[in-house]
Design a protein around this ligand. Structure first.
Ligand SMILES: Cc1cc2nc3c(=O)[nH]c(=O)nc-3n(C[C@H](O)[C@H](O)[C@H](O)COP(=O)(O)O)c2cc1C
Length: 500
């Protein structure tokens, strides 16, 4: 089932925040009532090197860098709400990254507001504001290249006219919404936000405008969010610092004491094995002026999530989670449930490899799946294959009876990736797959028996049909175009076997 497209109309969002907007904070913000949560800005070059890994212990999807660092971790709970923000100055690379993550997130955002040197010197962030042609190229590439909404986040330009003209140009690229941080790129977070600029933008475009920049002086509690929205005439509001200090600002029932908020945050950090320095950083932001208190000092001195848990009296919770995760790890490592299917979004996955030597010559799982689908009078299996940039490995998803199946392991060739997807489907459905030593299923192998029983003419016809089937399967595997996320045509039906 396809999730509904994320709407940016009349929403409250957790703003993108480096170091703050990782999974625990995003889940906490959702718990308190945020409609949409942005991840921290992730740089396209780093993301493009990442490998997508389904983490079966944590039940997350991780994007892991070559040095094993998890750059982006997400989970099913936020899939329809999380916006992936990237820093980019290159349309092609932006698209590569967007396609890498698009199945796991609800929308893609481009950061065009970061004034920090590390961003602007690479032509990213606020540097893009003075290169509208580049903005247009990146956004158009993304809008046409991914199937989920694309948005961008800007700062305001020196004049209202220039700001309005830029957002009109941005609107034409087909973006779903635009977030406006109402400060000039030279301004610091302590400067007052320019609500009049956001208002002018809101009036000038018909896509939703998300007002941002109100945390310090305007938005202190939940009720202020609506005031800020009205003051800017925007459709929606995005909060950074107010949420970082106390995420319960999203709670329409009123504020929750920060001590409880910290505890809830820490529980998510433990549950999702968040990087300890990141956990520490966020807790210190929440502690604010209490960062030098005894608790604050304990947090600052901690080096691991276990030590941070001690500071908050959550040792038992920490221990419990560790034990649960160890049980899962052991089960996975011992292979006690080797073929256990795992849901990855709407796709049923298993860790399966196609080993050619396990099947007789000319017999493949794909053929078995095709024959079974025909027998059941189902549409032919439909394969969709992607190739990842970093090692050019392939992963295929097969759609059968409106359900999707995929191997979580990547294959060296597209043909093998399709066979692996077919195996997952056959195993989940409990259908024979043609392996050597498997009980005769009467599916594909039936033809061989027929050849033996009937005379030579029949044998010849049957052989030709069989070869046609095999060739057809090989052809569709070899000739279909494979690019990131592109569909290719399903198996064209070979001549049907007449039952005799
Ligand atoms: C710790 C921190 C990290 C931030 N990182 C990002 C970022 O990764 N991407 C981005 O577009 N803006 C980033 N910002 C800016 C915020 O998203 C937001 O535009 C700014 O703080 C103004 O909103 P506020 O008044 O609600 O805080 C960051 C702000 C803070 C405080």
């Amino acid at each position: 089932m396809m999730a509904a497209r994320l709407s940016f109309s009349n929403i409250t969002a957790l703003a993108p925040m480096v170091r703050v907007g990782t999974l625990p904070m995003r889940l906490l913000a959702l718990d308190y009532g945020a409609d949409v949560v942005y991840c921290e800005e992730l740089i396209d070059i780093k993301m493009a090197q990442c490998q997508r890994v389904v983490n079966e212990v944590l039940e997350t999807v991780d994007f892991v860098a070559p040095d094993d660092r998890v750059m982006f971790r997400t989970c099913e709970r936020e899939r329809d709400r999380v916006v992936f923000q990237m820093g980019t100055a290159d349309p092609e690379r932006a698209l590569t990254v967007a396609q890498l993550v698009e199945k796991d997130v609800a929308a893609i955002d481009v950061n065009m507001g970061c004034p920090k040197e590390y961003s602007t010197k690479g032509g990213m962030g606020a540097a893009l504001l003075s290169d509208p042609d580049k903005i247009e190229a990146i956004l158009k590439k993304l809008v046409t290249g991914v199937g989920i909404p694309v948005t961008c986040k800007i700062r305001i330009l020196p004049s209202v006219e220039d700001t309005v003209s830029l957002v009109r140009r941005i609107e034409k690229t087909g973006v779903a919404a635009i977030a406006v941080h109402g400060r000039f790129k030279e301004e610091r977070p302590r400067h007052p936000v320019h609500c009049d600029y956001i208002q002018a933008v809101s009036q000038a475009v018909s896509i939703p405008v998300i007002a941002n920049g109100g945390s310090l002086d305007l938005v202190k509690k939940n009720g202020d969010i609506e005031e800020f929205r009205k003051a800017t005439g925007a459709s929606s509001v995005m909060l950074a610092r107010a949420a970082m200090w106390n995420a319960s600002v999203f709670n329409s029932q009123g504020p929750v004491p920060v001590e409880r908020v910290m505890e809830e945050y820490l529980k998510y950090a433990i549950r999702y094995d968040n990087n300890a320095f990141n956990t520490k950083y966020c807790l210190c932001q929440m502690l604010r002026d209490k960062v030098e208190s005894p608790l604050g000092k304990q947090v600052q001195a901690a080096q691991t999530n276990a030590e941070i848990s001690n500071a908050y009296g959550l040792q038992e919770f920490y221990q419990q989670i560790q034990e649960q995760q160890q049980v899962r790890r052991d089960a996975l490592q011992n292979g006690s449930q080797p073929d256990k299917p795992v849901m990855d979004g709407d796709v049923i996955t298993m860790a399966v490899k196609f080993e050619r030597r396990e099947y007789p010559p000319q017999i493949t799982p794909k053929m078995f799946l095709l024959e079974w689908s025909r027998k059941e009078k189902l549409e032919q299996p439909f394969y969709e294959t992607v190739q990842r940039a970093q090692d050019r490995a392939f992963q295929s998803t097969v759609m059968v009876a409106e359900k999707k199946y995929r191997s979580s392991l990547w294959e060296k060739s597209k043909k093998f990736a399709e066979q692996a997807a077919a195996i997952v489907c056959l195993r989940v459905l409990g259908i024979p797959e043609g392996r050597i030593g498997e009980e005769d299923s009467g599916l594909v192998c039936k033809r061989k028996r027929e050849r033996k029983v009937n005379g030579s003419a029949e044998e010849e016809i049957s052989k030709k049909r069989h070869v046609a089937d095999v060739q057809q399967e090989a052809e569709t595997s070899e000739t279909a175009v494979v690019t990131n996320g592109n569909h290719h045509k399903p198996d064209t039906p070979p001549e049907r076997q007449k039952s005799s």
